[in-house]
Design a protein around this ligand. Structure first.
Ligand code: CTP
Length: 230
């Protein structure tokens, strides 16, 4: 990967030299929902804004963009192909298929690490026996990012980490463990906000901090990474 100045998208999408026009970027966004029963689920506070801004910035730069979104109340940016999913396992299926023909992955979704071991067909009646406690048995979800990064073969893979303490050390450990090119570290002030402070940590040891910027501006910087990765 070259890290010279930004240049416009040029390499054909999905593979070298098949002659398609725009380069193809896959972006994931939003939370996932892991259902307990038909009306209850486990999820998180992600709004999806960061991912949607990346998708918008990539489309504005002339990339072909597939946005895979968990439940999010946001408008699809112009020129972006959006696929809606609910659970982590659905996100894995959709992202794997999209990444097969793509040049870069921005994994901004807040994928739930756990899901209920069973999804009940009818409503959960835990309180019916008068009990004061109940348990939900959880199983690990697949790690979408780590799974796709194993198939990257020179393509750009960017992950995100939300940390509340010891952030940089933990984020770097994730970067290495998941074999990413970059990890975007932010803290919980980013949740549901339109501005954020991030550090973009590279596998090459680079660190770039962006302080209190609109997510739109952060998105443009991130999309530049895909412009450079040819
Ligand atoms: N991720 C994923 N699949 C999961 C969990 C996370 O693809 N099952 C991705 C996220 O989209 C994000 C990165 O991995 O790009 C975050 O890594 P993770 O290890 O889950 O860290 P955090 O979400 O920050 O949470 P925690 O520290 O609690 O693990």
């Amino acid at each position: 990967m070259s890290l010279e100045g930004p240049r416009p998208p040029s390499r054909p999408s999905g593979s070298r030299g098949r002659g398609r026009q725009a380069r193809h970027v896959v972006v994931t966004a939003g939370p996932t929902r892991e259902h307990i029963d038909p009306v209850r689920y486990l999820s998180n506070e992600s709004s999806g804004r960061m991912g949607f801004e990346i998708a918008r910035a990539a489309a504005e730069r002339g990339f072909r963009v597939t946005l895979i979104s968990g439940p999010a109340h946001l408008e699809t940016p112009r020129g972006v192909t959006r696929l809606d999913v609910t659970s982590a396992r659905e996100m894995l299926v959709a992202a794997r298929a999209a990444f097969r023909g793509a040049d870069a992955l921005f994994m901004a979704a807040a994928v739930a690490d756990w899901r209920p071991a069973r999804r009940l067909a009818g409503k959960w009646r835990a309180k019916d026996g008068g009990r004061a406690r109940a348990q939900i048995d959880l199983v690990r979800n697949p790690d979408v990012l780590a799974t796709l990064a194993r198939t990257k073969r020179g393509r750009l893979v960017v992950g995100f980490a939300l940390e509340t303490g010891n952030g940089e050390r933990r984020a770097l450990a994730k970067l290495r463990r998941k074999k990413l090119d970059y990890i975007v570290l932010n803290d919980d002030s980013a949740l549901n906000a339109s501005r954020t402070t991030v550090s973009i940590l590279g596998s090459d040891g680079s660190v770039r901090r962006l302080d209190d910027r609109p997510k739109k501006a952060v998105a443009r910087v991130l999309v530049d990474l895909a412009g450079q990765a040819t």
